[in-house]
Design a protein around this ligand. Sequence first.
Ligand code: ADP
Ligand code: MG
Length: 606
Amino acid sequence: MSITLDQVTKRYEGSTVVNDVSLEVGEGEFFVLLGPSGSGKSTLLRAIAGLTGVDHGRIALHNQDVTHLSARERGVGLVFQNYALFRHMTVADNIEFALRVRRMRRAERIARRKELLRLVALEGMDDRLPTQLSGGQQQRVAVARALAHKPQVLLLDEPFGALDAKIREELRRTIRQVQRELKITTVLVTHDQEEAFALADRIGVMNLGRLLETGRPDELYARPATRFVATFLGAANLLLARQTPQGIHFGAMPVNARLAERLDGGRSHEVVAVLRPEEIELAPTRDTLKTNYIAQGVVEETIFTGALERMRVRLDHGSTGAQLAATDGNAGASIIEVTRTQHEHRTFPVSLGQAVAIGVRRIHVLPTPLSSYTAWAPDAAAAARLAEHPFLAELAARMKTRIACRPEPALDNPIDSDVQLDNISGVAVIEAHPEAIDRIEWLLHNGAGEVMVLPPLAGAPHRVLIHWADDSARRSTLAVAASLLRHVTAEAVYLGILPQNVSDTQRPMGVRSLLDARSEAQAVHGLDMRTELRFGVAAEELRRQLEDAPEQMLILGISDLDALHEGYGPLFAGATRHAMMVVYRPAGEAAGQQLIGEERLAMSES
Ligand code: ADP
Ligand code: MG
């Protein structure tokens, strides 16, 4: 590996700016770090360069640990957005600067400079001063200068930032050519998705300090694992749907039953479906659609952009039943974006206010187990109040999903209730309560997969503790933890807990299970977490950990309801500050669970 990052963490004034990032960049690879402003890209790049130290983790270049080496000792070439040339020096002197410092002989220096100027297409510009060059040319000089001392890796931070569109494209092409010719391992930072697509062998998407997903541009676009990547890489409509053995349901009718059979885990559950605007078809009526019908709609806006026609279409709920909902929190606004080619536009011209039938060519189901939230309470007022809990509201907004309210009088006395619940969607949220454990158990028993217990004062956590009661809950717990942690800046810690009196021969197994947990989190969910091994009674140990600090949250995985009650009941009775999420998949459902993690591979193609 050319660049290896292992759980790199950087904090500024207590806030985690780069959060447990692990990454391997291969020899000669062009890797693009993509993310919105403030997501930690530059900080991570500076850490690789050695311009800033890290608080945790290791950095290796070509298998040599450089974590504690200075920038100069690391042998990297750097290019920044602001040209950073020496303004009083000629192009030649700028490029040769690093070579003089390294005492290279004059003839060799000149030969190297000529070669570099050829590479960046600036031959003959040797004697110019930076002020006599355009912005694009200055950046070419900066690239040549960064390459002069034959660095092992080239690092570029928004190098096209200040240039206009046409120059950007030319410079982009040059950089790509230079990179191919020299086969130099390159990491480029940008917030521009188009730029990332144009340059990258592989893209890593960052948000809130976390590296969310990495992959080839086409793979990430077609099969994102997270809402953030789905919506950051181009426009995407996120719709809540229900997956059953018959298919993906947006309303009463399943779409593409053939595919869903392959996906089937038996369990009917709510999912988040990604519909790209260009995969949507409009037709005058349902019968004239060539693709899978999903709903009726009304055209609300059309924008002509030259090659494409962009539209916003309001979904008609009546046509599909209550299921259909755009996931963007704002329940009333089920609007989807559609783009059409000139050809499609000519075939079926539409005008504002026109009713249309909506079909879809291709659906991708996100592997996230957290689709939406439902605030459960004994009465409507309490449910509405819970739905406004600041942490819940923030979480739902970040996940671009909705919070539904579900008043259920039986919650007051669940033990004696014979009410059967159906259609439980997403995470069930309840308020903290001395008898919370009974409510949790009742909801899980009735089909909820996750229950979150929310004390009034619980805020966004700085640390999320992850624990599972037994190994069959591992996979689903990790999936939920990974999904949640993408939307908060907290650090993730897995706590393995062994009995106090465990024998010496069993201890290594405990350590082993920590390593397994960590590598599965990383490999299957892209989640980097710390691991800690404790000894004692699990519930007491967890409580002790939680009492350490207020800003923590617990994610607890179980596969057996009796074990929940007996082993962890007291933990929930005293919950006054910490949010706690219980993840439950009966052990028998293990096969179905597996599919949840692998849905990122399976997708609808009609
Ligand atoms: P990006 O390059 O993705 O825009 P940065 O890595 O520059 O993001 O910054 C990430 C976060 O870290 C920002 O919130 C920024 O304010 C903060 N930050 C960066 N450098 C420093 C610093 N030297 N001191 C304090 N905060 C910093
Ligand atoms: Mg930056």
